[in-house]
Write a protein that binds this ligand. Structure first.
Ligand SMILES: Nc1nc2c(c(=O)[nH]1)N[C@H]1C(S)=C(S)[C@@H](COP(=O)(O)OP(=O)(O)OC[C@H]3O[C@@H](n4cnc5c(=O)[nH]c(N)nc54)[C@H](O)[C@@H]3O)O[C@H]1N2
Ligand SMILES: Nc1nc2c(c(=O)[nH]1)N[C@H]1C(S)=C(S)[C@@H](COP(=O)(O)OP(=O)(O)OC[C@H]3O[C@@H](n4cnc5c(=O)[nH]c(N)nc54)[C@H](O)[C@@H]3O)O[C@H]1N2
Ligand code: SF4
Ligand SMILES: [Mo]
Length: 730
């Protein structure tokens, strides 16, 4: 059945459904239980949302939905949800709170902001968020107008590196153009059928495979994607740069590159080739543990199938080679002639609105404040994009150097669970003078706050969805319900801004901000609300006219920006800071390589452990271990084990997994237990970030990325308990 006919079929049923079940109506909107984007139909009854279905007309998901989207109602109406502001009345983590009004909560926060700014400078106030939640431009606007250069994010090791390296290489972030059917897809450190990350949904990828695209998977684990691949490169974690250099070596030596693109549109070809030749395949095989014949086969398939694209993920960023991994994958896209071509890697443009960067008011941060950004030029590439390595913030709180940080304001983040070296994070949050948090629940982070604000879910707000993404679509998110006193972060910051002398740059009502964003297109929010979406230009090969938006106007294989900042302008491979080869003495005591943080279908980092239908799918934290290794260590399947690194230890349940090298184990991240009633909610029990390291010298030198995928550990049985570990995650 064609999509058009199917829509008609579904819609003619909707009217009937409404009548039969007595629904009040259906609101067409966009889910944001992850990075968001899927079009949904939300059915309402007695002013409550009662059912969610995929919207077949949405170009992002074509009617499909994941388990988290469906579970949104259990989030919105969760009995433990925070539905009014609270103020702490006991010591930190005592769990003693008092209900207060929104006015009182915002007045307290405003009073603190103004007094710290006066006494210690705006830089003593750090705003924080985690991953992309369609609220970041509002947070930046508030921070920039306040005059603090310190916004703490996950951008140093997630997505920020893809954006930063793309900008310095070719002007913007190249996106796989699934709509024009790539003929070869190389999935590199990504598991999009589970993670649906950033600009992508697993559905369009699966459709491309069904239509016959060749598939190469680069992953140390036999994921569902790897199992379906024509070629699976099972590399040692953290050796992606070496593998990419090896593939480039084959492409160069066998002249499989696009001569016209290389000659006319790249900068630095000759030195680049010289660098690539320093990595012969024998050396690459030793480093990566991938047989050289397989590397050759993959390089040939990728370079000779057109159009081809690379679906890249976060695994390549959480390493010491973060920036160079990204640059090498860009080089693979570029020299094979797949940049900005249909079905390859497109440089899409946003609709002509006031974009997220402009809304974020970065230009309004005074230069003298910008210079005070924590970390300064230490990680220069990150600093250039206003990204801070989180350790700078913890250090500034704990040591008061280079200046004291007095206040943290986390809006949608749970750093106790999600940042490396969790014990240090916890100490910093315990010490900081004042902390405000906006969240849905009392998380282990919120339990350390002074004020907690009840945030609104995506069902409870009007907004321009996917505003920050690079796929070129924007979609109206329409408010469906209201839940008690919950307030969107956007509205909350708009209200707070008026209390801290920023009023002239904000709006009486946040809805007017949406009009302002859309104004260049000569439409209002009321107009946009009636539309399905707007898409920017999808013109390809734009570089043939204007070149790339880089200093050389070329695709920079040799980075003039990195050179000007004193870095190696050519990509290189560095051995992970902790590995069998770089630290053999640590390896003796901790003989396994530990990957942390593979994505799980029902959870989003530390989220959803309290959502019944999602927790039922996956009750316990699970560490994957090869059956041979398990036998060697005396570990029985489903039993609790201890995983230990040089920094600490936690417990998870063992699951035998033959799809992983016996020298590697893979543990889940961000586990806490909302059902545990003590205010810590078991934050330290299974939290893998107790084991991760955040030392500056272990981070990527340009981006400051923390290497949470390449640690060394040991693993051994805990006291034996019977029972089954739930959840299948590959
Ligand atoms: N070891 C290890 N650590 C990792 C990773 C890994 O792979 N391994 N991955 C890292 C990555 S890539 C990232 S991006 C970070 C993510 O780090 P975080 O973004 O800090 O992760 P979450 O656990 O999703 O925390 C978000 C919190 O915000 C709340 N929330 C959700 N939506 C909203 C909203 O709209 N408004 C408000 N106010 N609150 C909201 C949730 O209830 C939750 O408590 O984790 C990182 N941590
Ligand atoms: N359901 C769900 N969806 C999510 C999230 C979530 O928590 N839950 N988090 C969101 C966020 S913030 C992000 S950043 C994205 C991330 O989304 P993805 O990029 O898909 O992230 P992961 O599943 O962590 O890692 C992808 C794959 O990398 C592999 N891998 C591990 N180490 C290495 C390595 O050294 N090299 C290579 N080549 N591969 C390696 C893992 O085995 C895994 O299969 O997902 C987003 N979507
Ligand atoms: S993939 Fe993300 S946007 Fe789509 S239904 Fe799932 S949680 Fe919602
Ligand atoms: Mo992320």
């Amino acid at each position: 059945m064609s999509m058009k006919r199917m829509n008609k079929f579904i819609y003619s049923n909707i009217e009937k459904e409404i009548e039969v079940y007595g629904y009040d109506g259906v609101v067409k909107t966009h889910c944001r239980m992850c990075h968001g984007g899927c079009g949904v139909l939300v059915y309402t009854k007695n002013k409550k949302a009662v059912k969610i279905a995929g919207d077949p007309e949405c170009p992002i998901n074509h009617g499909t939905l994941c388990s988290k989207g469906i579970a949104s109602l259990q989030l919105a109406y969760h009995p433990d949800r925070l539905t009014h502001p609270v103020k702490r009345i006991g010591p930190k983590a005592s769990g003693k709170w008092k209900r207060i009004s929104w006015d009182e909560a915002l007045d307290i926060i405003a009073e603190r902001i103004l007094s710290y700014k006066e006494a210690f400078g705006a830089e003593s106030i750090v705003m924080g968020y985690g991953t992309g939640r369609d609220n970041e431009s509002v947070i930046y606007r508030f921070a920039n107008l306040l005059g603090t250069p310190n916004v703490l994010t996950a951008g140093h090791f997630c997505y920020g590196p893809r954006i930063a390296t793309s900008i310095i290489t070719c002007g913007t972030n190249p996106i796989v153009d699934y709509e024009n059917q790539p003929k070869c897809i190389m999935v590199w450190g990504n598991n999009l059928v589970i993670s649906n990350p950033d600009c992508y949904k697993g559905e369009s990828f699966s459709v491309a495979l069904d239509k016959g695209a060749k598939l190469i998977a680069v992953d140390p684990r036999l994921t569902r994607i790897a199992a379906r691949a024509d070629i699976w490169l099972q590399l040692r974690p953290g050796t992606d740069a070496a593998l990419a250099l090896g593939m480039l070596n084959v492409i160069v030596e066998e002249a499989l590159y696009d001569r016209e693109f290389v000659e006319n549109h790249t900068h630095g070809w000759e030195p680049f080739v010289k660098r690539v030749r320093e990595y012969p395949l024998e050396r690459i095989e030793e480093i990566t543990w991938v047989p050289k014949e397989k590397i050759k086969e993959a390089a040939r398939l990728f370079a000779t199938t057109k159009p081809a694209a690379i679906q890249w993920g976060v695994a390549i960023e959480q390493q010491i080679n973060c920036a160079d991994n990204n640059r090498l994958l860009l080089a693979l896209m570029g020299i094979t002639g797949n940049i900005d071509v249909p079905g390859g890697q497109a440089l899409f443009q946003s609709p002509k609105i006031r974009n997220a960067g402009y809304f974020g008011a970065h230009r309004m941060l005074p230069e003298k404040q910008r210079e005070k950004r924590l970390g300064g030029d230490f990680f220069r590439l990150a600093g250039n994009f206003a990204i801070i390595n989180p350790k700078f913030v913890w250090d500034a709180i704990l040591t008061e150097k280079p200046y004291p940080v007095k206040m943290l304001f986390f809006i949608s983040s749970n750093p106790v669970m999600t940042r490396a070296n969790a014990k240090e994070v916890y100490r910093a949050l315990e010490k900081v003078d004042f902390m405000a948090v906006s969240d849905f629940f009392f998380t282990p982070t919120a339990e350390l706050a002074d004020i907690v604000l009840p945030s609104a879910t995506w069902l409870e707000m009007d907004y321009i969805g996917d505003f920050w993404k690079r796929h070129g679509y924007i979609l109206p998110r329409r408010k469906v319900i209201e839940v008690e006193e919950c307030r969107s972060d956007h509205r909350m910051l708009n209200d707070l801004a008026h209390r801290v002398n920023q009023g002239e740059h904000w709006w009486e009502d946040f809805e007017q901000a949406l009009d302002w964003i859309l104004e260049p297109m000569k439409i209002t929010w009321a107009d946009f609300k009636k539309m399905d979406y707007i898409r920017g230009s999808v013109q390809t090969k734009k570089y043939e006219v204007g070149g790339f938006s880089t200093p050389s106007r070329k695709f920079e294989l040799f980075s003039t920006m990195l050179e000007s900042w004193g870095y190696d302008p050519l990509p290189q491979y560095r051995e992970p800071p902790e590995s069998p080869y770089s630290t053999p003495e640590i390896h003796k005591a901790y003989p396994y390589i530990l990957i942390t943080g593979r994505r799980l279908p029902g959870f989003f980092h530390s989220e959803n452990r309290q959502i019944p239908i999602l927790r039922e799918l996956h009750r316990d934290p699970i560490v994957e271990i090869h059956p041979e290794t398990a036998k060697k260590e005396g570990i029985k399947e489903d039993h609790w084990v201890i995983i230990e690194s040089a920094r600490g230890k936690v417990r998870q349940r063992a699951k035998y997994f033959a799809g992983i090298d016996p020298r590697i184990v893979s543990a889940e991240h961000a586990w806490w237990f909302p059902e545990k009633k003590d205010p810590g909610h078991g934050w330290a029990e299974s939290n893998i970030n107790i084991l991760t390291d955040n030392a500056y010298e272990s981070c990527d030198p340009a981006m400051g990325a923390t290497p949470v995928r390449t640690l060394l550990c040991r693993i051994y049985p805990e006291i034996q308990k019977e029972g089954r570990a739930w959840g299948n995650t590959a």
